[in-house]
Each structure stands twice: as structure tokens, then as C-alpha cells.
Design a protein around this ligand. Structure first.
Ligand code: BDR
Ligand code: CA
Length: 354
């Protein structure tokens, strides 16, 4: 679709919906998104995950407004994971305040947004966006899959309408970061992830799934964020990055306390970037940029008293099921980090004269 980009030129724009739970690495993803000139952000969906839904919606609005994009709609997601909402699994959801801080923004104190969340729910926003951009929309999920699963209920043809879905989540044959074998986003709402994996099995392009065994290699360091800060000249973007650096300081401290060193694993921005790069060139050899991938039939364990929420890939084909996901197995982290650094340093295009 050819549209005018913020720079004024006619460009083919990529329609994108980001479903996120900011969250510090989600905030990096939002920042990366603000720097893209050929993307039409159709909407931001907020899901509960790192902090409750009302707070992730507020955080998304604040990060966007601070970047000068208070015009973008933020759609509030479901308040509870599916099984908590329908009473089939009674435990209240866990939130990640030790990882992302009580407000989900680490040490950053963001200005209160002047805008409010949209009246259109996140699930409806998925459906509206897919119908408005049939076979063009790129959907990226960097939080739990709750909203996308609910959207599938509203519009069972969603997998045929969306061009491709990119999901950050899972730990396949790998130790978890939440329970011994589970990853945070999937663990938060296992039923939603299971429904999305099975629902999108009929999609033209299989969902791309970025699990932690791949994304943990992408580490932000104090040196790198300081280089990004010093390399940017626009005052508004510099201010945005200063807030991000304060958020990251908390993330560094968490990772240090968790035994990883004074750094921060950035899971979310890679999955967004992979989606955008793929959308720009779906036919490229090598498939997903900066990555080695493998196709597999995948599912989520919903019962196990020790393993509920574990993602399982049937590498040996024992289920006799066709692959329903393309799993990221390895990321060329240095190459991607270099790209992330130069992108964030460049920043969005602002027209301060307007
Ligand atoms: C995922 O969990 C969240 O804490 C992060 O934002 C990321 O989406 C990593 O397991
Ligand atoms: Ca996230």
C-alpha cells in the first residue's frame, strides 16, 4: 500500500499492530517502532503481563506521547488471562514487578499521558486492523497472547486475513525464565498461546516464534545505551532515550541480581524487527533476518502440575502434525544489536517546525 510517510515521500507502508505489555524491553520495541519511516502503526494493543493491563495501557500511552506519538491508539486488552477469566484455572496472574519495576517502567518516571486508552478493545482492534488491511497486516505480540486468542474467537478467519504473526515467547527444550520450564509470556496465559498456535496453523505464512533460548543472546549493556544517548541530537528523542536509560538501569540491576551480570536481555525488540524486515522482503533467501530458524509442530502444556505453560516442539514428528510455527533457534545478536543501536541513535523523524 502506497502512502505518504512522515517524511512526506510516497512509500510503500507496512501496516502493523503491536500487542505488548510494557515492560522495559517492550518499551525498547516501542522506541524502535517510532524510528521506522515505512510503517503505518495501525494500533498498539496492551495486554496484561509484566504489570496489569490498565498499567501496560498507561505505559504504552506515556512512552508514545513522550516520543510525540500521542496520536496512536492504545487499545486496552483483557484484564485476566483466559483461564482465570472463565474460572477454569483459579490462581491469580503473576506480575513481573521484580523484573520491570512496580509500574513496569523500572526507575523511569514517565509523565502522565494526556490521552486515554481507546474505547475499542485490543481484541476488536486486531480484527478491525486485519479486515482493514487484508493479507497486509503484520501482527507482533511481545506480551501474552490473550488478546490475539480473543480476536480469533471474534473472527475465525483472522489467520487468513493477517499477513504474518510474530510472537515473542516460549522456551523449547530449555530452562524457563518463570517456572523451571516456562517462559513469561506463555506462562502468563498458556491457553491463549495454545489457541493461537493451533488457530494460526492454517495461515498462509506460519507464525514466527522467538523463544528465550534465542532472544536471551540479545543483551543491552550500559555502554551501548550510553553510546546511543550520546549519539542522538534531537532534544525530544534524547529526552525519550534518557527515560529509557532509567528504565534499563532497573533492568540491569534485575539481571545482575538474577546472576546474568550488569546487562539486560532484550527479548521483544528483535521479534518486532524480524517481523518488519521480513515484511519488507518476504521472499529473501535465508527467511527471517538475523536468525536461523526451524519449522516444527508446536503446542503448549496445559495440564502438567510442574510444567503447565511449557512450550513443546515435536522435533521428531511423533504427533504426525504439520509444522504450525517457524521457531527462531539462533539470533546473530551482535549484528542485530548494531542495527538496534544505529536505529535508536537515528531516532524518529521530527518536524519541529510544525
Ligand atoms: C518476555 O517476558 C517479559 O518479561 C518480557 O517483556 C518479554 O516479553 C521474556 O520472557
Ligand atoms: Ca513483553
Amino acid at each position: 500500500m502506497t502512502r505518504q510517510s512522515p517524511g512526506g515521500e510516497n512509500r510503500t507502508m507496512i501496516p502493523l499492530l503491536l500487542d505488548c505489555d510494557p515492560g522495559i524491553d517492550d518499551a525498547v520495541a516501542l522506541g524502535y517502532l517510532m524510528c521506522q519511516e515505512d510503517v503505518e502503526v495501525v494500533g498498539i494493543a496492551a495486554s496484561g503481563g509484566n504489570v496489569p493491563t490498565a498499567q501496560t495501557a498507561l505505559n504504552a500511552l506515556s512512552w508514545l506521547e513522550l516520543a510525540g506519538r500521542g496520536d496512536l491508539p492504545v487499545h486496552p486488552g483483557a484484564e485476566l488471562p483466559l483461564a482465570a477469566a472463565d474460572g477454569t484455572f483459579g490462581a491469580p496472574p503473576l506480575y513481573a514487578d521484580t523484573t520491570h519495576g512496580p509500574s513496569g517502567t523500572g526507575h523511569a518516571v514517565l509523565p502522565s499521558p494526556r490521552t486515554t486508552p481507546s474505547d475499542i478493545s485490543a481484541a476488536e482492534a486486531w480484527v478491525d486492523a486485519a479486515r482493514a488491511h487484508p493479507n497486509e497486516l503484520i501482527g507482533v505480540v511481545t506480551g501474552p497472547c490473550t488478546n490475539l486468542a480473543l480476536a480469533l474467537e471474534l473472527e475465525p478467519d483472522l489467520p487468513q486475513l493477517i499477513k504474518r504473526v510474530f510472537i515473542m515467547g516460549g522456551a523449547f527444550n530449555y530452562r524457563g525464565n518463570t517456572k523451571p520450564t516456562t517462559e513469561w509470556n506463555i506462562d502468563h496465559d498458556p491457553e491463549a498461546a495454545a489457541r493461537v498456535f493451533s488457530g494460526f496453523a492454517s495461515a498462509q505464512h506460519r507464525p514466527v516464534v522467538g523463544p528465550i533460548e534465542a532472544t536471551e543472546a540479545i543483551v543491552m549493556t550500559p555502554d551501548r545505551i550510553s553510546r546511543i544517548l550520546h549519539g542522538t541530537s534531537d532534544p525530544q528523542w534524547h529526552n525519550w532515550l534518557e527515560h529509557l536509560a532509567e528504565a534499563l538501569r532497573f533492568y540491569f540491576e534485575f539481571h545482575a541480581a538474577d546472576g546474568h551480570g550488569y546487562l539486560a536481555q532484550l527479548h521483544d525488540p528483535y521479534v518486532l524487527a524480524a517481523g518488519l524486515q521480513w515484511a519488507r522482503n518476504p521472499a529473501c533467501t535465508g527467511g527471517i533476518p538475523w536468525a536461523k530458524t526451524a519449522l516444527a509442530a508446536v503446542d503448549v502444556e496445559l495440564q502438567g502440575s510442574l510444567t503447565r505453560g511449557e512450550t513443546v516442539a515435536d522435533w521428531l514428528g511423533r504427533w504426525g502434525a504439520a509444522p504450525n510455527a517457524e521457531l527462531i533457534r539462533h539470533v546473530q545478536a551482535e549484528d542485530f544489536l548494531h542495527h538496534l543501536e544505529t536505529t535508536l541513535m537515528k531516532g524518529p523523524t521530527y518536524d519541529h517546525a510544525r
